[in-house]
Design a protein around this ligand. Structure first.
Ligand code: PLP
Length: 921
């Protein structure tokens, strides 16, 4: 053996007696931590389970860093580990000279998850993915032969990797400057989020713009939606390639139920790069290429343009397949969003308590991500990291200023683990970060502005919408439910409203005198002063009730509105004498009782039996009692008084907050009644949403239209496929709080009204007549939004699907019957493709593919259990849980680039029939 080799083997043999720090110093190039110390002397990790890692001495840590946003499935995921072990045992590497199955399957799955993307190139890391995208951008430009383009555009505070090409577009001067001259000499780093700078800089000499939708290393700063949308427009205008670096934010980190960051922005880039989370810790990266961009060149153009020995390695690809299967499984991203909201809410609450020791809680758009940055007023991040470590919690820093703590835990982290981390963080901040002087606070805020002239405009930094997640209302009794509604502040009225109710008995004139008397409740909602700040939407039914017709006239005139008057039991729809004069009489009396001037309108609503006449005299007599009941403490009496066959009251309240000061800018509170005859086509049933924020009627109207049509909201539900004659939704403002800044007024109000409406709508389904299961039917890959929506509705409205589910009977043939019947009717050309290609998952189980059911006895048992688990107790006066029967239909699984719709529906039980067979009694 040659001497040199013998000596090096000897020094390795002595390593067992060395500390880790000594070994690192002796053997490893010191590019990382100073002096070989990584976090804490002697700390060596050797095991991980879920979101916890364990040191050699057995101490346990909650992992809020996930190995720098990598281990999304947590540590030691069993299926992941088994797949990797299996693949290593089979074949670990053959190179790209040959096929292996895992990378082919991975490519198909990735593109299936990424709307608009048509091809993928695998790499081994994030920086290599970016190298690939930068090269491919040149490939496209060179092939187009439109003259020399030599400029690239990146952004301040960006990070794209440390290889020479990616480093050229990276901003961080500390790591870039020492390597000049760089591989790409001509790069402009523009201020992030500045549209004027984009407009000035993007031109026909630019090859590509590279941008992180949420800057990670730069301190968790989200791009504004308009900023990326404008970037897309300008790139299109000038033939410039747009690269989204989603190495950190991609595959679920964006939160809000999104797989990819670009989906949140409604922008499809030419290239998307990804890496960190893809194989849960094994090295891999990828560049996805926009289908149209790829197709714009002859396939031969791409030949030989790039390559890598390890890329697409079967072990890493096999691991990545498990990651994708799990991240894309129904419920996974919803859970991320739920826990993300929990994390962000927890951080906002800490900020409220510690004041300016945290300048900003930064988070991606949507406020529902397991990803956040805490900007401190001073460079105390290393102290905070160490303090958290002493509390057995791992957190990271971001950027090179030492001022942003980064939180990016595994996406499977639990609320209990988040609680541990939040407690450690709060303690660390109070201990390590001195209270800053007002001058320091002002200077840091000014720096934030300087980082990009519009950085402070970034959505998500100007306002946050806070509302507890629905599942927090899951209850065990009526008392428990009401306690929770109160404790979570859902019953809190916005400022400047009062409400009153009264109950009385009467004899419906359409029934024989011998019939039992009926009971009616009247509710009045009153802003402190008449207001012209309101919007409203009504049923599309051709036989609308008299109140709807009166309300439409009021809305058309847009005069001042003084109150809303609502009754249950009788809906005043086409009764004898027409009903309009009755409705007007009730409104007039309400105005008198409340002392409203003559020119002030009162909007009526009625719900209940169709065709009967209102007991006008009894109502006029009862109305003064409402006045003496008026109060401003709680919306709950109104939520109860508008109920008909509902078994529990529905109320939700959200606040809009300025995250930089922590101040509440205003509140939005809504109540709804539902139960039956529910398949709205604008709003539904009776819904009243109040806010104290001043806003023009026109703004409120457009927020309402948006909120009603939004995902999960009123126009996306069905209890029994019958559209009511009385559906009404009103949004009104008392104007007690200042108007929001114009730059975010619409987005903030819409977000808050949407949050309230979507939750109320889903409660309406959960509390439909006799509802024992809530179905959530998602249709993906449709050629049009209309078809996606139509199919989802066809399934949730199919009496056979509904009764099967009611009986916990997974009679899944009924689902294809419903889909086929609808598609055959409305789009016969598409019918064959649907039948051949669609896949159906129920409760995450694949039950149908390639035109065949994939069922067996084991699945049957699983599905029965699943349905039983989703069942709600019959007619309980509270929501016992928020589980849904998830049915996912993918019409085009090989692509998934089409349209999507989610519709919530109810099952059909004996109780529904019972309630409606005897409704008028
Ligand atoms: N791009 C972004 C946005 C990143 O956050 C990173 C790593 O932090 C990279 C690229 C580089 O990835 P890698 O370290 O895998 O080369």
């Amino acid at each position: 053996m040659p001497k040199a080799v013998y000596q090096s083997a000897r020094s390795l043999a002595s390593s067992t007696s060395m500390t880790p720090e000594e070994m690192e110093k002796k053997f490893i190039v010191p590019t990382y931590a100073a002096g070989g110390v990584r976090m804490r002397e002697g700390l060596v990790f050797d095991k991980g389970v879920g979101s916890r890692v364990y040191a050699e001495d057995g101490s346990e840590f909650v992992d809020m860093g996930a190995g720098i946003a990598v281990t999304v499935l947590g540590h030691g995921d069993k299926e992941w580990a088994a797949a990797v072990a299996d693949q290593v045992g089979k074949v670990a590497h053959v190179s790209n000279l040959y096929h292996t199955r895992p990378s082919l399957e991975l490519a198909e799955k990735l593109l299936g998850s990424a709307p608009g993307m048509g091809k993928v190139f695998f790499s081994n890391s994030g920086t290599e993915a970016n190298e690939g995208a930068l090269k491919f951008a040149r490939v496209v430009q060179n092939a187009r032969g439109e003259g020399l383009r030599d400029r690239f555009i990146g952004f301040k505070q960006s990070f794209h990797g440390r290889t020479l090409g990616a480093l050229s577009v990276t901003y961080k001067p500390g790591i870039r400057e020492p390597f000049k001259p760089l591989l790409i000499p001509n790069v402009d780093h523009l201020p992030f989020n500045s549209i004027p700078d984009l407009e000035k800089s993007i031109g026909p000499d630019v090859v590509a713009v590279i941008v992180e939708p949420v800057q990670g290393e730069g301190g968790i700063s989200p791009a504004r939606r308009e900023f990326l949308q404008r970037a897309r427009e300008l790139c299109d205008e000038h033939g410039v390639m747009l690269i989204f670096d989603e190495v950190q934010i991609g595959l679920g980190r964006q939160g809000n139920g999104r797989v990819w960051g670009y989906e949140e922005y409604g922008v499809v880039p030419d290239f998307v790069t990804l890496a960190k989370p893809l194989a849960n810790g094994l090295p891999i990266g990828a560049v996805m290429i926009n289908e149209k961009t790829y197709d714009s060149l002859e396939p031969a153009t791409w030949l030989g343009t790039h390559g890598s020995t390890f890329a697409g390695n079967p072990v890493a690809a096999r691991a990545a397949n498990v990651v994708l299967d799990k991240v894309l499984a129904p419920g996974f991203l919803e859970n991320v969003a739920e826990n993300g909201r929990y994390l962000i809410k927890g951080l906002d609450a800490i900020k409220e308590r510690v004041g300016d020791r945290i300048i900003q809680v930064r988070r991606p758009l949507g406020d529902a991500a397991l990803y956040a940055g805490l900007q401190l007023p001073s460079a105390h991040v290393p102290d905070v990291i160490k303090h958290c470590l002493s509390k057995n919690v791992l957190v990271l820093g971001a950027g090179d200023t030492g001022m942003v703590v980064r939180l990016c835990p595994p996406l499977v982290i639990t609320k209990e683990e988040l609680d541990i981390a939040l407690a450690a963080l709060e303690d660390a901040i109070m201990t390590c970060v001195p209270e800053p002087s007002p001058e320091t606070v002002a200077a840091v805020k000014a720096d934030n502005e300087l980082a990009g002239p519009e950085a402070a405009d970034a959505e998500g930094t100007k306002f946050t919408v806070e509302m507890p997640v629905a599942t927090e209302l899951a209850s065990t009794s009526v008392e428990d439910y009401e306690k929770k509604l109160n404790a979570l502040e859902h019953t809190k009225l916005p400022e400047g409203f009062s409400i009153g109710t009264t109950t009385f008995e009467f004899q419906p004139e359409e029934l024989p005198e011998t019939a039992n008397p009926a009971s009616m409740k009247i509710t009045v909602i009153k802003p402190d002063a008449p207001t012209d700040m309101y919007g409203a939407m009504f049923t599309q039914n051709a036989f609308p009730g008299a109140p709807v017709r009166v309300c439409r006239e009021i809305l058309a005139e847009r005069g001042p509105l003084g109150a809303l008057v609502i009754n249950n039991k009788i809906s005043n729809v086409h009764p004898r004498a027409g009903g309009v004069s009755d409705a007007r009489a009730i409104c007039k009396r309400t105005a008198e009782v409340l002392g409203l001037p003559d020119d002030v309108a009162v909007m009526p609503s009625s719900t209940g039996v169709i065709g009967w006449r209102l007991p006008v005299d009894s109502m006029l007599e009862a109305l003064p009692n409402v006045k003496s009941d008026m109060q401003s403490d709680s919306v709950l009496p109104a939520a109860k008084a508008i109920m008909t066959t509902d078994t529990f009251p529905k109320a939700r309240s959200a606040v809009i907050r300025d995250p930089s000061s922590g101040t509440i800018l205003g509140r939005v509170t809504g109540i709804a009644k539902g139960a039956g005859m529910i398949e709205p086509n604008m709003a539904t049933m009776l819904v009243y949403v109040m806010t104290d924020i001043k806003a023009d009627g026109e703004v409120l109207q457009s927020c309402l239209v948006d909120a009603v049509n939004a995902e999960g909201s009123f126009n996306r539900i069905s209890v029994d496929a019958d559209q009511s004659t009385s559906d009404s939704i009103v949004l009104l403002s008392s104007g007690k709080r200042a108007a929001l800044d114009k730059s975010f007024e619409r987005s903030a109000l819409t977000a808050a009204v949407r949050a309230v409406c979507a939750d109320l709508a889903q409660d309406v389904v959960r509390n439909g007549e006799g509802t024992e299961h809530v179905m959530k039917c998602k249709v993906e890959g449709a050629p049009s939004a209309k078809l996606a929506h139509g199919i989802a509705k066809a399934v949730v409205n199919s009496p056979l699907c509904k009764t099967g589910i009611a009986g916990n009977d997974p009679n899944l043939g009924r689902i294809i019957a419903a889909i086929g019947s609808y598609v055959g009717k409305v789009n016969p050309d598409f019918a064959k493709s649907v039948a051949e290609n669609c896949t159906i998952h129920v409760g995450g189980e694949l039950v149908f593919k390639n035109g065949e059911f994939d069922l067996d006895s084991e699945k049957e048992v699983k599905l029965i259990k699943y349905l039983e688990d989703c069942q709600l107790p019959n007619a309980a006066g509270y929501p016992a849980h928020y589980k849904t029967v998830d049915i996912t239909i993918n019409l085009n699984p090989s692509k998934q680039t089409g349209f999507e719709s989610v519709v919530y529906g109810a099952d059909l039980t004996d109780t529904y029939v019972e309630v409606n067979a005897g409704y008028r009694s």
